[in-house]
Design a protein around this ligand. Structure first.
Ligand code: AMP
Length: 426
């Protein structure tokens, strides 16, 4: 069950939910453990002036008060989203509808409700949506329907990380495997030979990270002349990761007669330019309800010179810390932290850029299957992860930007689950 707030048409070619949220901060005692909760006073860092919190710029000094939000309950009413459409209303093939039923997708999420009709009409779409909103199915459902009607055309989906690319293919397969559609994932960190081999066959869907995709284009293994649909997923993340020129290169390689969809959580100026340059009269749909979902309780732990690893170990021993994602800043630090926790008898794994693809996949699998209590990760390695039942996110190291903070804590409190985010400060 999703509890998104209802979207209203805000005029022109644009939707917005018009939902403003008043953030309430309250300091208070942390539940259990030996470490006391922080008070706001004395912990408020500098805020960059004006604009959207941190103006989208990289800032290392964050306002610690934005890591606390315990006033989640009672007074706040979260309106239940009432979709305009049911899946049955959409003009899509009955086999797709059957998969939706089999998957237990009862109603469209807001992004699906608003975006699917436009994508079905062949329009370009800008979707402003965070992960966890159902945006993958929002583009996959209408595109699969399009390919069903013309199997000669191809789709390219660009995503920031190999994990996200693989997740998209997994979701695609659920819908498309019975429909005779083929896909290939073109991502770095995996053997290029196997991808080249797969590219020799006809693939309806090419899902890739920009770097490897360009590599394959330049080697002559990937031809884009049949591509009629392009999806840029998590465009802002791709921008953060320095892929913007690669994306522009790839888009220039694709025939102009096409449909282009761009999904992003934010509209950074560079993303706006990209949209202006490559999309044609796009419909903009925003389902961003608020910066931080009400399903996530946020608090801080004041370190006050104590050993952070010991504090973390104490937390992990508490009963309710069942499935914990811990964020560290550096690859080295993340690996070391996981080893130290393991030495203390706590089963953990780490994922970061220096680990091989198979090591990362195996750590993720063990985490998903509850065979370890915590996964220690860097921001980049954890991007786009979709694990529904993470109970806690712990910021062992403070994130570099507020945007990173939002992205980190959004790994918990997904769907109808409640989650807690704890940030070590001071
Ligand atoms: P996404 O934002 O695409 O990462 O999707 C987040 C999660 O929501 C995934 O686990 C999807 O399987 C799930 N999901 C997507 N659409 C629906 C829906 N209409 N009803 C229920 N769950 C959904």
């Amino acid at each position: 069950m999703h509890t998104h707030t209802s979207g209203k048409r805000s005029g022109g070619h644009s939707y917005s939910n018009g939902n403003t949220r008043v953030r309430k901060f309250r300091s208070g005692p942390r539940r259990g453990g030996s470490s006391g909760a922080g008070k706001r006073s004395g912990f408020v860092g500098r805020r960059s002036g004006g604009g959207n919190r941190f103006g989208g710029r990289k800032k290392s000094t964050l306002d610690i008060s934005s890591f606390i939000n315990k006033a989640v309950v009672a007074t706040e009413t979260v309106a239940h989203f009432v979709p305009d459409n049911s899946f049955n209303d959409f003009n899509i093939d009955k086999q797709i509808k059957a998969t939706l039923v089999a998957r237990g997708y009862e109603h469209p999420t807001p992004i699906q409700d608003k975006a699917i009709p436009h994508v079905l009409r062949g329009e370009d779409v800008v979707g402003l949506a965070n992960t966890g909103t159902g945006k993958t199915a929002a583009f996959l459902i209408p595109i699969i329907n399009k390919i069903l009607h013309d199997k000669k055309q191809q789709v390219i989906i660009l995503a920031p990380t190999r994990e996200l690319a693989i997740q998209i293919e997994d979701e695609l397969k659920l819908f498309a495997s019975k429909l005779g559609m083929h896909s290939v994932v073109c991502v770095g960190g995996m053997r290029i030979g196997a991808q080249i081999q797969k590219l020799r066959n006809y693939n309806h869907f090419i899902i890739g990270t920009p770097g490897r995709t360009i590599d394959l284009i330049k080697r002559g293994n990937l031809k884009l002349s049949n591509v009629k649909t392009v999806v840029l997923d998590e465009a802002d993340r791709m921008l953060d990761m320095g892929f913007i020129n690669d994306i522009r290169y790839i888009l220039r390689e694709i025939p102009k007669e096409r449909q282009t969809l761009c999904f992003s959580a934010t509209l950074a100026p560079e993303i706006k330019r990209l949209i202006n340059d490559f999309l044609i009269e796009p419909v903009t749909i925003s389902v961003k309800t608020q910066d931080t979902p009400t399903s996530i309780e946020q608090d801080i732990v004041k370190v006050e010179g104590r050993d952070k690893t010991v504090l973390l170990a104490e937390l992990l021993q508490q009963n309710d810390f069942k499935k914990v994602l811990v964020f560290g800043r550096t690859k080295h630090g993340v690996g070391k932290l996981s080893q130290e926790l393991n030495r203390k008898g706590l089963k953990t794994e780490s994922i970061h850029g220096n680990k091989s693809h198979s090591q990362r996949q195996s750590a993720l699998k063990r985490f998903k299957e509850n065979r370890i209590i915590a996964l220690v990760a860097t921001d980049v390695a954890a991007r786009g992860l979709d694990i529904t039942d993470i109970t806690h996110v712990i910021n062992f190291d403070i994130p570099e930007t507020y945007d990173d903070y939002i992205h980190r804590i959004g790994r918990t409190g997904r769907g109808s689950h409640k989650g807690k985010a704890i940030t070590f400060v001071g």
